[in-house]
Write a protein that binds this ligand. Sequence first.
Ligand code: GCU
Length: 341
Amino acid sequence: MGRRGFLKSLPVVGAGAALLGGCASQEGAVTGVDRVLSISLGQAESHPSYGSLVSFGERIAEATDGRYGARVYANNSLGDQQETVQLVSDGAIDMAVVSGTQIENSSPRFLPMNVAGVFDDIDHQNRVMLDESIVGELFASLEPQKRLSVLGGYTQGGRHLYTAQGPIESVEDLEGLKIRVQESEIFLRLINNIGGVPTPMAYSEVYTGLQAGVLDGAENNEISYVTQRHYEVAKHFTLTNHLIGFDFLLANTDLLETMDEQDSVALRAAWAETQSEFVEIWKQQTEDATATMLERGVVITEPDPEVFTAIIEETGISLLEDPADFALYEAIRGAAEGGDS
Ligand code: GCU
């Protein structure tokens, strides 16, 4: 049975799936398959990664003739990202999407992928993330000890600063402001170097942190800013574009090894297709999020690039200490348009 035929035979249609033209239950699950793989996600259902993961589940179901499907658990309902890294490693969850900062905490070898300036844009990032010769060894490096296979992931696009008070146009404007960061050395240094006071906090707590005034600001992409409704409590959005982040998709290695080879190959191919398709969805939804921001009265400021760019790029490179980090950094730069290494 082909994809369309197979999907037609599945019951219940959910909102996320309807958006992408597929079939799934309201809980983000493809039903009627032999084995439903669990996928943990920290985002709300309105974030494009949710709909994309639902569609990934459909692709798996079609490519494995219904031997496998997936169910997506949004809003960190299976645990915060760091917790889910461990749960995937133990095999309690099959897959999870976690920010680059979390994987960097599990293995410093991933650090070069998280630094400012390593990617020119999201097309460059996607090219690298699908290039076996650059990422193959790294993505398999957690398999022997941690039983974690990295399949690739989703772009986080460019990340920017936002604050309750503003606008932010200079390092002085940021002085003393408590800016929420992910639990990561890169972000701590970055915010510190551009004048703010970095305040590590879980993603799910940022809204209340801003609302209560525990935080003066945070940093993220337009889509997270809108889907988490942070614009309600921090109206000044400053286009610093300080880093192009990446969310990694982790799978339990034992799961992949116990699947029939044709099924695990099909699952990886389904992922590669989903990941590339997501880049275009991301671009479109970033535009939509920007339109929403303007409608909601967000003040968008574009600071003089001279102000932050040099500090930001230097911060990134200053964290690379190991020769292997430099080699990976150079390989990634080599895949930029025009191959500047
Ligand atoms: C983005 C990213 C998440 C991450 C979040 C954060 O939304 O996609 O994976 O957790 O930023 O700032 O914590």
